[in-house]
Design a protein around this ligand. Structure first.
Ligand SMILES: [Zn+2]
Ligand SMILES: [Zn+2]
Length: 262
C-alpha cells in the first residue's frame, strides 16, 4: 500500500492511497485544476482513481469534488447525512456515481479494506478512515475537536498516522480571529491542538508505528516547527520518544508528501 498526503491545511485537503488494484482519493478540497497538478507531482493521473471517499461537507474537503466527479466520472462514497449536507454544494453528481458508506463500517475496495469511524466536528456526520492492506494499517484523522476512547480503539497501533495538529493554543488565543471562531476551534467539535495531538498519539502509538504525519495545520495559528516541537515534547512527557522507533513528518497545503510504501 502506498500513500501521499496531497495537500493538508485549512485551505484544502486531499489524501491519496493506492494498492495493486485500487487508487483511492480521500476528499477533494482544492480546485479540479489544483488536484490534477497534485496528482502530476506524484506521477499519477486523477483519471485512474477508482473511488473518492468524502470525510465531511466543509469546503476545504469538497471544493473540487463536483468538478472531478463529473469530468472523470468517479464513484463517490460518503455517509447519508454528508450526502444530504453536500446537496447544493457540489452540483449534480449522477446517481450511478453516488455510493453510501455508513459511519462505523468496513467496506472492501478490491484488495483493501477501508474502515470508517465517526469524529467530533461541527459537520453533519463527519467520519475518517483506516486503511487495512496486507496486515498493515494506515490511519487518517483530522477535523475532530478531541480524540475519544472510542476513536482511539479504532486507530490504535497503526503503521502510519496522518494526524491532525491544527493549532497552537496560545497563537490561537492571541491571534486575530474573532472570539466566536476561536471558541469554535477550541471546542469539542472543532480541531485538535498540537498539545492534544501529542497526548492522543501517546495513547495510540504502537511498536509497529513508523511514521506520523502532522496534518491540517492552521496557516494563521500554527507553524510546522512549532507543531513538531510541541507534539514531540508532549509525547516525551508521556515517555514516548520521537526518533526511537518512529519519526514525525510535515504535510503542506500546496505540496504532496512523497509517495511512500507502507
Ligand atoms: Zn478541514
Ligand atoms: Zn471540517
Amino acid at each position: 500500500m502506498r500513500f501521499s498526503v496531497l495537500a493538508s491545511g485549512s485551505t484544502g485537503n486531499a489524501f491519496y492511497v493506492e494498492t495493486e488494484r485500487e487508487r483511492l482519493l480521500v476528499d477533494a478540497g482544492l480546485s479540479g485544476k489544483q488536484l490534477e497538478q497534485l496528482f502530476a507531482h506524484i506521477h499519477r493521473n486523477i483519471q485512474d482513481v477508482t473511488g473518492v471517499l468524502v470525510t465531511h461537507e466543509h469546503s476545504d474537503h469538497i471544493k473540487g469534488l463536483g468538478v472531478i466527479a463529473r469530468k472523470y466520472r468517479l464513484p463517490i462514497y460518503a455517509n447519508e447525512k454528508t450526502w444530504e449536507a453536500m446537496d447544493g454544494l457540489v452540483g449534480d453528481i449522477p446517481v450511478e456515481q453516488k455510493f453510501i458508506f455508513p459511519t462505523g463500517t468496513v467496506r472492501t475496495f478490491g484488495d483493501m479494506d477501508v474502515e470508517s469511524f465517526g469524529v467530533s466536528h461541527d459537520a453533519a456526520e463527519p467520519m475518517f478512515y483506516v486503511f487495512h492492506y496486507g496486515g498493515k494499517k494506515l490511519v487518517l484523522i483530522t477535523d475532530t475537536g478531541y480524540v475519544s476512547d472510542r476513536m482511539k480503539g479504532v486507530i490504535r497501533h497503526a503503521d502510519v498516522f496522518v494526524f491532525e495538529s491544527n493549532h497552537d493554543v496560545d497563537m490561537l488565543r492571541m491571534g486575530k480571529y474573532p472570539w466566536h471562531i476561536k471558541r469554535r476551534i477550541l471546542s469539542d467539535v472543532g480541531h485538535v491542538s498540537n498539545e492534544d495531538a501529542g497526548f492522543a498519539l501517546a495513547d495510540v502509538i504502537g511498536d509497529q508505528t513508523k511514521r506520523i504525519y502532522l496534518a491540517h495545520l492552521s496557516q494563521d495559528n500554527n507553524m510546522k516547527e512549532l507543531a513538531r516541537m510541541t507534539v514531540a515534547q508532549t509525547l516525551e512527557r508521556k515517555g514516548v520518544i520521537v526518533g526511537e522507533s518512529f519519526q514525525l513528518y510535515d504535510t503542506d497545503p500546496a505540496r504532496p508528501t512523497e509517495l511512500i510504501s507502507v
